[in-house]
Design a protein around this ligand. Sequence first.
Ligand SMILES: Cc1cc2nc3c(=O)[nH]c(=O)nc-3n(C[C@H](O)[C@H](O)[C@H](O)COP(=O)(O)OP(=O)(O)OC[C@H]3O[C@@H](n4cnc5c(N)ncnc54)[C@H](O)[C@@H]3O)c2cc1C
Length: 403
Amino acid sequence: MAKQWHTLIIGGGASGLAAAVFCARSIGGEQVILLEKSPRVGKKLLATGNGTCNITNRHADLSHYHGADASFVASVLDAFPPQACIDFFESLGVVCSSREEGREYPLCEQAAAVLDCLRLELKTLGVTEQCDTAVTAIRPENGGFAVVTANETLYAKHVILATGGAAAPSLGGSAEGYTLATALGHRKTPLFPSIVQVKTDTTFVKAMKGLRTDATVSFVQDGKPLCRRTDELLFTEYGISGPAVMQISRVVGDWERRKNGTMEAVIDLLPALSEEALMAQLATRPARTAEDFLTGLLHKRIGQTVCRAAGLSLGDTVTDYRRLAATIKRFTVKVIGTQGFGGAQVTAGGIDTHDIDPITLQSCLVPHLYLIGEVLDVDGDCGGYNLHWAWASGYAAARAVSQ
Ligand SMILES: Cc1cc2nc3c(=O)[nH]c(=O)nc-3n(C[C@H](O)[C@H](O)[C@H](O)COP(=O)(O)OP(=O)(O)OC[C@H]3O[C@@H](n4cnc5c(N)ncnc54)[C@H](O)[C@@H]3O)c2cc1C
């Protein structure tokens, strides 16, 4: 007779790995199996924080999470606050260190070390890790589940769906989890990319391709400012990127899917100077043509582009300081959309949380099925909030199945 596992976890990403450790610590690793479709677990985890893994954030609370029901995450966060996350990783041997804005990273700055420590713990606990195994169907059967893969059918009392979202397909992102859940009656809210690069009109932007500068970026829909962020901005061939853009790009993804109204990026290229101070500075600058008028104040290529955007030719003498100052403080580009799921770090939208118990993350439609991580309609801000949700939701489901 085929073995019946106590808990079968689908997806060896951040949430699935955490759930496996927590389950195994409670009920014993020999009763837990983790299935991963890729040849190795944790591919996306390795890429987090540019390979350094922004593990959590000390400010992880409701205000940093989004979804159709933004309050859904409250109980899970309460049960697994940032300190619990830091303690969890310390228990695995990962020493954390604090950085700006509450961000926590492994002291060794290696995402690979975070993955290694999770995997070493799973090995010590005796959890079965089975890669190259894509789950194609989940069938409720005899009070448990038959879980279908290409080669075999496995049986389990509890199933934890930890298949992640559609973002970053090159790192394992896929829509498979949504298909598995909707086949069982779950609803899905519209998906859109978040923490993503933004495509804009490139008339002026292209000339600044490759340049980075500190700036304040605001996204303005139909003349109404929606959000702003002061940080590093990167100009690219297709538009704008860098932390100043990625951090607040969610509104662009949301706008793009609705396709209503216009969206602009309004960029303050000198956030350290008020417009009046900038006017005074421009009025005392050496009398050079537009080609070099701003050289020494802004990057030369940015300065020239700003002059052209203000209606000057590079050979012109600059006299209209007010107009130039306004262009520097409110350099405006038309937004076209995002770079899509291919460039996104996170999927906004997902399995509707109205059908999920907010404490245990058990499905309200299918007993003993749990959904965790990014497959749910939960996404966090940039800064460690998404991984925090992955660990915390893994903890919540593991605690529930272990009772
Ligand atoms: C480049 C990049 C950098 C990031 N940096 C950070 C950061 O520093 N801090 C932060 O908080 N967040 C970061 N994120 C976001 C974070 O990585 C995700 O939110 C998090 O990994 C989601 O965890 P998850 O377990 O839900 O999904 P995933 O980590 O995506 O794991 C899902 C797993 O399920 C597997 N799977 C899918 N379908 C099946 C199936 N049918 N059968 C079997 N297995 C399946 C996938 O192969 C995958 O391994 C980053 C994301 C990207 C792309």
